[in-house]
Design a protein around this ligand. Structure first.
Ligand SMILES: CC(=O)SCCNC(=O)CCNC(=O)[C@H](O)C(C)(C)COP(=O)(O)OP(=O)(O)OC[C@H]1O[C@@H](n2cnc3c(N)ncnc32)[C@H](O)[C@@H]1OP(=O)(O)O
Length: 520
């Protein structure tokens, strides 16, 4: 005769035994190997990412249904740990691929665990964070594993802009697998231990005869400096996971909400005198735009996005009086701040990200124009530059433009002029708005006069001076209402904060459409 109490204990023990087996992943040997080189296990990563004790696991006992080639193969937890938790008290959903189980490869049921939490995230309006460390499609499951990817990609796309999706790349991410992170809002990579590529070094060698290592092909350096695929690079797993927490602080839970405000001790009325030392009036001399940003924002804290790629434009998140803002700024120190293809792509993408998630945009303008050159024209600068124009016009969040120095030509428009939809445009006394710089303008407009002059150099100099007098200042544009005010540099922080406060409840309607057709 069985005693009821003992039976219950057996059931509990059986559950615990099963759970312990799942939690062991690929077993002690593989877990030990995983930790070589400072990497964390899938479960440790979740612990570091989330608030202590907040993780609630889902799909713990899911098993593969992998068909003939998977018979007898054990895959504890199906190679991925999934569930919900909180970050700074806010709910998020997370999947963490477990490389110790069949290389974290993705089969049909592994994908089902991931799509389950993606769907829950969408239903509850919360961000999804993917911790990627996987050998890609599970070869033994054939087309079923490709279908699993399809189910994830589909959700990445349809939930895009509805809930924030963040991808941390902490190991291999190869083949078609790269397209899930690529469809998310942000990609963060760990230096030296993660890589992303479509076809690996061996295939490349056989097709193109190029010799390349994993890291040279698709390491964090490559993707944060050359390709622009990834947004942020960190040293090791823990730093990446802290980076995810940091980034989420600037984002809302979903497209219906605003990002959380963070109390600050930095006074809203703090004067910004340092700007008078940073910004040089001489239009030809560069100055550090990063310092301008640090001086304006709360506590000098700026989370720059894609800092290593297309450095001629600066984008990132900061706070003004506690409220999250996205900043887009020309960088006069790199390529004289001109806009090229990569800068246009980087800015357009960032503007759209801010707009999806109700983050107001501050644009700091110091730009001579689009980068001239055959290479840029032939690579489609027209198509890429158009993305910036489109993104600014499309964005309905509060938009303030501040012209810090020069703003010329098509780039004046691409940097969100009044006509492109800026709600308020300010300029500093150092600003100049014109179709082009005085030298170029004088040479075109007064060419005949200069050529026919007895002293062409003197005439050219005189015409340049005349043109500068007429246009190299903010007052012509201000007199026509293109600039709302020319403001003292030292009062800029206060004015920006007050203006964003004024725009806080702004609403802007757009005509009905299925979706716009941004030039891609
Ligand atoms: C749509 C797509 O994703 S297409 C891409 C398909 N994926 C691939 O082509 C990658 C194939 N895998 C690899 O090239 C390598 O495993 C690498 C480079 C990712 C990692 O190499 P290593 O760190 O040396 O790990 P290793 O090769 O030992 O793999 C670890 C384990 O995962 C298994 N594994 C690796 N890739 C896969 C896979 N795609 N499917 C199933 N199991 C796999 C290995 O058999 C090994 O199992 P074991 O622990 O029982 O021995």
């Amino acid at each position: 005769m069985t005693q009821p109490g003992i039976e219950l204990q057996e059931l509990i023990a059986a559950m615990e035994q099963r759970r312990a087996k799942v939690e062991q992943g690929g077993g002690p040997e593989r877990l030990k190997k995983q930790k070589q080189g400072g990497k964390l296990t899938a479960r440790e990563r979740i612990e570091v990412l989330l608030d202590p004790g907040s993780f609630l696991e889902m799909g713990t006992f899911v098993e593969h249904r992998g068909g003939r080639l998977m018979q007898g193969v054990e895959a504890p937890g199906e190679g991925v740990v999934t569930g919900r938790g909180t970050i700074d008290g806010r709910q998020v959903f997370v999947f963490s691929q477990d490389f110790t189980v069949l290389g974290g490869s993705l089969g049909k049921m592994n994908a089902a665990k991931v799509t389950k939490i993606m769907d829950l995230a969408a239903k509850t309006g919360c961000p999804v964070i993917g911790l990627n460390d996987s050998a890609g499609a599970r070869i033994q499951e054939g087309v079923d594993s490709l279908s699993g990817y399809g189910e994830i990609f589909y959700r990445n796309a349809i939930y895009s802009g509805a809930i924030p999706q963040i991808s941390a790349i902490l190991g291999p991410c190869a083949g078609g697998a790269v397209y899930s992170p690529a469809l998310t809002d942000f990609i963060l990579m760990s230096e030296g231990s993660s890589y992303m590529f479509i076809t690996g070094p061996e295939v490349i060698k056989s097709v193109t005869r190029e010799d390349v290592t994993f890291d040279q092909l698709g390491g964090a350096d490559v993707h944060t400096r050359k390709s622009g695929v990834a947004h942020l690079e960190y040293d090791g797993d823990e730093a990446v996971l802290r980076g995810v927490r940091d980034l989420l602080g600037y984002l809302p839970q979903n497209a219906h909400e605003k990002a959380p405000a963070l109390p600050t001790n930095d006074p809203a009325t703090r004067t910004t005198e340092k700007l008078l030392e940073i910004v040089v009036p001489d239009q030809r001399k560069p100055y550090p735009m990063h310092d301008v940003i640090h001086e304006l924002v709360d506590d000098g804290t700026f989370l720059e996005i894609q800092p290593g790629w297309a450095k001629n434009i600066i984008v990132g998140f900061a706070r003004l009086n506690g409220e999250s803002v996205g900043i887009v700024a020309n960088n006069p120190r790199v390529m004289a701040g001109t806009l090229n293809i990569d800068a246009s792509d980087k800015a357009a993408r960032f503007i759209r990200t801010c707009d999806c998630y109700n983050i107001p945009i501050l644009t700091l303008v110091d730009v001579t124009g689009f980068l001239p050159g055959v290479a840029q024209e032939h690579a489609g600068i027209i198509r890429h530059g158009a993305k910036m124009l489109y993104a600014y016009a499309e964005a309905t969040v509060p938009k303030i433009t501040l012209i810090t120095r020069k703003s010329y030509g098509g780039a004046y428009l691409a940097m969100n002029s009044r006509d492109m939809g800026a709600d308020v445009v300010y300029a500093w006394p150092t600003a100049a708005v014109a179709v082009m710089g005085a030298e170029g303008a004088a040479n075109i407009v007064y060419r005949r006069e200069i050529q026919q002059s007895e002293n062409p150099d003197a005439t050219r100099a005189q015409k340049i001076a005349e043109y500068k007098d007429a246009f190299d200042n903010p007052y012509v544009a201000a007199s026509k209402g293109y600039i709302d005010d020319v403001i003292p540099m030292e009062d800029t922080r206060r004015i920006l904060i007050q203006t964003f406060e004024m725009l806080r409840d702004k609403e802007e309607a757009r005509p009905y459409k299925k979706h716009g057709n941004i030039p891609l």
